[in-house]
Design a protein around this ligand. Structure first.
Ligand SMILES: Nc1c(NC[C@H](O)[C@H](O)[C@H](O)CO)[nH]c(=O)[nH]c1=O
Ligand SMILES: CC(=O)[C@@H](O)COP(=O)(O)O
Length: 235
């Protein structure tokens, strides 16, 4: 197959909060050229040194791992690597399930998600928002929406904040396993945008405060997963 032309990370729409940002810049089919250190793992046919994964990507989205020239004895050119990408989100349909509990947190998370969908060209009419009482209720609704066949991905938003009792653990664990089950049972990507925090400060920091907006990040994950399923995992 002919090599794709080189892509510069800076020329591609990239959300500043996206964790594994460079993965989403890759074309849908990439080839492993080298396996090297624990930091630099994958390059694509686009051999731009900017297109490198980083295990530290979550901590520092601007981090670019140094390119290592070390030769590997393993021939990996033919290994196909498949990924979703962010550049063609127009036409994807998303449902957002958002918990009203701790709305002071979940509303800015929702706004972050909507803002990101907008930036990545998802049309407003392709997004439906479903409010539920609390995070405990998210999984069931997400599963139903996934099974409806109407959406490419379901984005789940909630905020579980620790109180005095063990209630926190029950709600947080149920929310996580509920979202996971919804995805597995429906076959539609269900994205976990539920904060599980020790206190309200932690939660607000992640809803547009010092630690960014996790709703926005979850929207990027939704687009990437929708793309992966659409382009590579269709039955
Ligand atoms: N404590 C939190 C809840 N609790 C409510 C439950 O989610 C649920 O609505 C109720 O138990 C009825 O089934 N929900 C959150 O989203 N966050 C919390 O911190
Ligand atoms: C989910 C919670 O932790 C909270 O709303 C419940 O608080 P508490 O454990 O004090 O009853």
């Amino acid at each position: 197959m002919a090599a794709a032309s080189s892509t510069s990370a800076s020329s591609t729409l990239l959300h500043p909060l996206h964790n594994n940002n460079t993965s989403s810049l890759l074309p849908s089919t990439t080839t492993l050229h080298r396996r090297s250190s624990s930091l630099s793992l994958i390059s694509s046919r686009n051999t731009s040194p900017l297109i490198q994964f980083s295990q530290k990507g979550f901590a520092n989205p601007l981090f670019v791992a140094p390119v290592e020239k070390k030769k590997s004895p393993v021939r990996t050119e033919a290994v196909k690597q498949l990924t979703g990408f962010l550049t063609k989100a127009e036409g994807f349909r998303f449902a957002i399930v958002v918990a009203r509990f701790n709305e002071i947190v979940t509303r800015p998370l929702l706004e972050g998600a909507l803002d990101t969908f907008n930036k990545y060209s998802v049309r407003e009419e392709d997004i439906d928002v479903f409010w539920v009482p609390g995070s405990f209720e998210i999984g069931l609704v997400a599963q139903k929406l996934g099974q409806s066949g109407k959406y490419h991905a379901i984005l789940c938003i909630g905020a579980v904040v620790r109180g005095d009792t063990t209630h926190y653990d029950a709600v947080a664990n149920t929310a996580a396993s509920g979202v996971l089950s919804a995805g597995i049972n429906s076959g539609v990507p269900c994205i976990f945008g539920v904060l599980t925090c020790e206190d309200m400060d932690q939660a607000l920091n992640r809803a547009g405060g010092k630690a960014g907006n996790k709703g926005s990040e979850a929207a990027l994950t939704a687009i990437e997963m929708a793309s992966l399923f659409e382009h590579h995992l269709k039955a």
